[in-house]
Design a protein around this ligand. Structure first.
Ligand SMILES: Nc1nc2c(ncn2[C@@H]2O[C@H](COP(=O)(O)OP(=O)(O)O)[C@@H](O)[C@H]2O)c(=O)[nH]1
Ligand SMILES: [Mg+2]
Length: 220
């Protein structure tokens, strides 16, 4: 009797770090003001954007194979822009301050917003990683924010905390997000790197890093 292949099991069989070498990333720089933004022309840069607590720091750590970014149950802890060097040549992750629902004071929030705007004015991301908890629907606030990001770069939808879904919920959420306007969409879990669409996601990042290093003006 032949058994139907189990979709989630297939994902499980994907190697843990087939695409990202099992070396550790490292801190590249930490920036608290606009004039401290680093010059990164020779790097492919991936800013992580999303609400506080969505899993930006956890994803950074999972992609860097190291505990570099502070994760927290207390939303709104990241007040600076943190640049991390991925364990692949030329890839940078950028942990941006989370937006919305933070407990910090209004004054502090006003101070971070210009820093985020300055980031998108000065840097040229290979792709913006827009993180969304896979259990949550999009709000108008999310859509407005995504639309404003599209001017800066390609926006990839990264669905976090996929490990929280059972198989039935997983297919429901797949359907929901398939109806949303994103060219690239990946279900991931930072607790279980290697599962779900981890491999596709890391491969897409590696391709983007390689493409950004091809300089067409340069004679071969
Ligand atoms: N189950 C599960 N929890 C996660 C995952 N990613 C992050 N978390 C948890 O969500 C909380 C917020 O994560 P954090 O990375 O600090 O979010 P940030 O505010 O966007 O940087 C922490 O308690 C994490 O342990 C995931 O993939 N699966
Ligand atoms: Mg964080």
């Amino acid at each position: 009797m032949s058994r139907k292949p189990d979709k989630n099991k297939e994902h499980e069989q994907e190697g843990l770090f087939e695409t990202i070498p099992k070396r550790e990333g490292r801190v590249f720089s930490t920036v608290g003001a606009q004039d401290q933004l680093p010059v990164t022309h020779t790097w492919a840069e991936f800013p992580l954007v999303g609400k506080s607590n969505v899993g930006k720091s956890s994803l950074t750590n999972a992609l860097c194979n190291a505990k570099l970014a502070r994760t927290s149950k207390d939303p709104g802890r990241t007040r600076m822009i943190h640049f991390y060097q991925m364990p692949v040549n030329g890839g940078l992750l950028v942990d941006l301050p989370g937006f919305g629902f933070h407990k910090a004071s209004k004054t502090a929030a006003r101070k971070w917003a210009p820093l985020m705007q300055a980031y998108f004015r000065h840097q040229f991301p290979a792709a913006v990683l827009y993180l969304q908890d896979c259990r949550r629907d999009f709000s108008t606030e999310d859509f407005d924010f995504v639309e404003s990001l599209r001017d800066a770069a390609d926006v990839w939808l990264i669905l976090t905390k996929t490990d929280k879904l059972n198989q039935k919920e997983f297919s429901q959420r797949e359907k929901y997000f398939a109806g949303q306007p994103f060219k690239q969409r990946f279900f991931v879990s930072s607790l279980k790197p290697g599962k779900y669409a981890w491999k596709k996601f890391t491969q897409a990042m590696l391709s983007a890093v390689q493409n950004s290093q091809i300089q067409p003006d340069k004679p071969l």
